[in-house]
Each structure stands twice: as structure tokens, then as C-alpha cells.
Design a binder for this molecule. Structure first.
Ligand code: AMP
Ligand code: MN
Ligand code: MN
Ligand code: MN
Length: 270
């Protein structure tokens, strides 16, 4: 029986609904799962209510922050209180900023002769967490590209003509928000960072955990981050970062799990 502390649902950019995700988790032998959608907590309740006995659903979040050099730094919060007003207010602003950014991307696409509307994109975004993944889905549907990956390579990925950066919070603020909501902050997938310059800032802010297990980490990286966690007094964490079928990755749900003992250590820091 295993544990996965990083997954997404249709409430952000995943393709499984919270109910489907819970069903898939059980099917794959998972006993504890944290729902960590980007900038929203709206999938937590339905995951919890549809979870059968024997599956624990931890309320979580993934907040995308920006390092001083502009790099994307993702902070996972575990055991956050979804009702926390400070957290909800900030998340609301982040989601509004996503809409403004989407409109800017659509303007850039129009300049390239590609006319898609905000309504088209909203059809794919079930909730108000609009991401480039949803824009890519429309581009695919309209036949502008032949795969979502192509949309990122040619049009909306970093460095492409219709790329617009997303508004992000500061790393220390993301950690503070998670604390305010009673959660445990964990640095997500450090292997995807260009460098570890942000780590001292996060540790200073009170970071508790470091994702050691993640599909983007090879065996050597897993070992390296395990050792780094030990040296920095951080607790190991991890998961599949599953986005469901049809996303940017394979479905790794059930293949990237962590020992039960790690959850107990993390839970003790609530
Ligand atoms: P955003 O949060 O709007 O910046 O969009 C990022 C999301 O786009 C990621 O979480 C993925 O779901 C998706 N994504 C990023 N790169 C790719 C890619 N190459 N192919 C398909 N989806 C991608
Ligand atoms: Mn995502
Ligand atoms: Mn992430
Ligand atoms: Mn994620």
C-alpha cells in the first residue's frame, strides 16, 4: 500500500475529475493521496467525499512562485485548510491573473492569424484555473496544431511568439501562505529547477519538505535530493505529479510513491 503526495485534477490542469482520480488511485493500490491542484482547493472536497474507506485524501495545493531570477518555483502545501480566508483571497487573485494572462496570449495568437476566443478556452477549463494546457487543447481541436506538445513548441511555450509569463508570488510568500492555512510546505520537483539558489530563501521562510520522488528525477537525482534533504534538515516527500491521460506526461499514478513513514514525519510537522 502506497502514498502519493502530488496529483492534479480537472479543477486545475489535470484530465481526471476528483472522483475519477480517487477511483484510479484505489485501483493502483494507493492508500494515501494529496490533491495538489494549481492555485485552487476546489477539487479537495469532492475527492474526499468520493473516497472509499481505506483511502485517505490529504487537502493540498501547488503554488507556482517565482525565484528572484524569475525562475518558476513550485511549492506544494499539504494539510492546508481549504477554508482559510487569507489563502482563498490570494488564490482568487492568482486565478484572476490567469484570466488576464490568457487574454494576452489570445491577443498574441490573433496577431499570428490564429483566432480563438476566451469562451473556447473556458470550455476546457472546468473551473477558473485557466492554464496554457487548455489553450493548447483548443489549438488542437481547431487543427492549428497536430498535438498539444506542438502548441507549446511553436506557439505558447517559453520563448515562443505567443508566450506570456504568468503572474507569480514570491517563494517566501507561498511558504507563508501555506503556514497561515495550517499546512506543511514542500519544495516540488527540485530537479526541474535550473539551480538551487532559491533553497536558502525557502529554508529561511520555514520550508519543511523536499520532493525527492518525482517522475522527472532519475535514480542519481533521487539519491542527491535525499542527501540534500538530510543536510538541510528537510523531510523527504514526493509523488507522481499525475495530470491524467492526454496531458504532457504519461500517467505515473501508482508508479511514483513514497513510504508511509515519510507521511507520518511530514504530518507530525503540521
Ligand atoms: P500554465 O500553468 O498556464 O503556465 O501552463 C502550464 C501547464 O501546461 C502545465 O502544468 C501542463 O499541464 C501544460 N504543459 C506544459 N508544457 C506542456 C507540453 N509540452 N505539452 C503539453 N502540455 C504542457
Ligand atoms: Mn500542471
Ligand atoms: Mn509543478
Ligand atoms: Mn504538479
Amino acid at each position: 500500500m502506497s502514498v502519493d503526495l502530488h496529483v492534479h485534477t480537472t479543477e486545475s490542469d489535470g484530465t481526471w475529475t476528483p472522483q475519477e482520480l480517487v477511483h484510479q488511485a484505489v485501483k493502483r493500490g494507493i492508500r494515501t493521496i494529496a490533491i495538489t491542484d494549481h492555485d485552487t482547493t476546489s477539487g479537495i472536497r469532492s475527492a474526499q467525499t468520493s473516497a472509499p474507506e481505506g483511502l485517505e485524501v490529504i487537502p493540498g495545493i501547488e503554488i507556482n512562485a517565482a525565484a528572484p531570477d524569475g525562475a518558476d518555483v513550485h511549492i506544494v502545501g499539504l494539510w492546508i485548510d481549504p477554508e482559510n480566508p487569507a489563502l482563498q483571497e490570494r488564490l482568487g487573485l492568482l486565478r484572476e491573473a490567469r484570466i488576464v494572462r490568457t487574454e494576452k496570449i489570445l491577443t498574441e495568437l490573433r496577431a499570428l492569424g490564429i483566432a480563438i476566443t476566451l469562451d473556447d478556452v473556458l470550455k476546457y477549463a472546468r473551473e477558473d484555473v485557466i492554464s496554457r494546457s487548455h489553450i493548447a487543447s483548443v489549438l488542437l481541436e481547431e487543427g492549428v496544431v497536430s498535438s498539444k506538445a506542438e502548441a507549446f513548441e511553436r506557439l505558447i511555450g517559453e520563448g515562443c511568439p505567443a508566450y506570456v509569463p504568468r503572474f507569480k508570488v514570491e517563494p517566501a510568500e507561498a511558504v507563508a501562505l501555506i503556514f497561515k492555512a495550517g499546512g506543511v510546505p514542500v519544495l516540488a520537483h527540485p530537479g526541474l529547477l535550473a539551480n538551487l539558489d532559491v533553497l536558502p530563501i525557502l529554508v529561511e521562510a520555514g520550508l519543511v519538505g523536499l520532493e525527492v520522488i518525482h517522475p522527472s528525477h532519475d535514480a542519481a537525482q533521487t539519491e542527491f535530493y535525499m542527501e540534500l534533504a538530510r543536510r538541510c534538515n528537510l523531510l523527504p516527500s514526493g509523488g507522481s505529479d499525475c495530470h491524467g491521460p492526454g496531458g504532457k506526461d504519461q500517467v505515473f499514478l501508482g508508479s511514483y510513491t513514497i513510504p508511509e513513514e515519510w507521511v507520518l514525519q511530514l504530518a507530525a510537522r503540521r
